[in-house]
Design a protein around this ligand. Structure first.
Ligand code: ADP
Ligand code: MG
Length: 147
């Protein structure tokens, strides 16, 4: 599997990396985000959404669990921080979203558990210092493993 690894020097640079990343996505794609609080998951998603609709206000759906953006394709933005388990995921409609032809973006994706889709992108963010973030982007396809 190919992993793209980079370090951004500023929030603006993360936004522009994310904007470019979004341009290659297709309807039905799922992007899982990993990284501690403040790592930049929401910031990365804000940059991605510039590609779909620059007028949208993007905030983390920490309490709502999911924001639905009226874009083409539709984008589902999950924040699973407060999720208890798989039954909560089902209640919030996670499976339906995965099966839809929307794009699904998931913060705190370690909470996906058994519902982690075999085909997905993973974006892993880590704080280097106040202004720098280490970012890894990986395409995973366990339906069609290459190795
Ligand atoms: P998360 O969703 O992972 O909790 P946020 O995106 O909400 O994180 O917050 C990231 C914070 O880090 C923001 O305040 C942002 O301004 C700051 N920041 C500093 N440097 C960077 C960088 N290089 N990339 C992304 N965010 C950065
Ligand atoms: Mg967030």
């Amino acid at each position: 599997m190919q992993i793209r690894a980079l370090t951004t020097q500023s929030e603006a640079e993360t936004l522009s990396v994310a904007y470019a990343f979004a341009a290659q996505l297709h309807a039905g794609d799922v992007v899982l985000f990993f990284g501690d609080l403040g790592a930049g998951k929401t910031t990365f998603i804000r940059g991605m959404m510039q590609h779909f609709d620059a007028s949208l206000q993007i905030t983390s759906p920490t309490f709502a669990l999911v924001n639905v953006y009226p874009t083409q394709p539709r984008v589902y933005h999950f924040d699973l921080y407060r999720i208890g388990g798989d039954s909560d995921l089902i209640d919030v409609g996670f499976e339906e979203c995965l099966e839809s032809d929307g794009i699904v973006l998931v913060e705190w994706a370690e909470k996906c558990g058994a519902m982690t889709p075999p085909r997905r992108w993973e974006v892993r963010l880590a704080v280097v210092d106040e202004t720098r973030r280490a970012i890894e982007i990986e395409r995973i396809d366990n339906d069609h493993p290459r190795d």
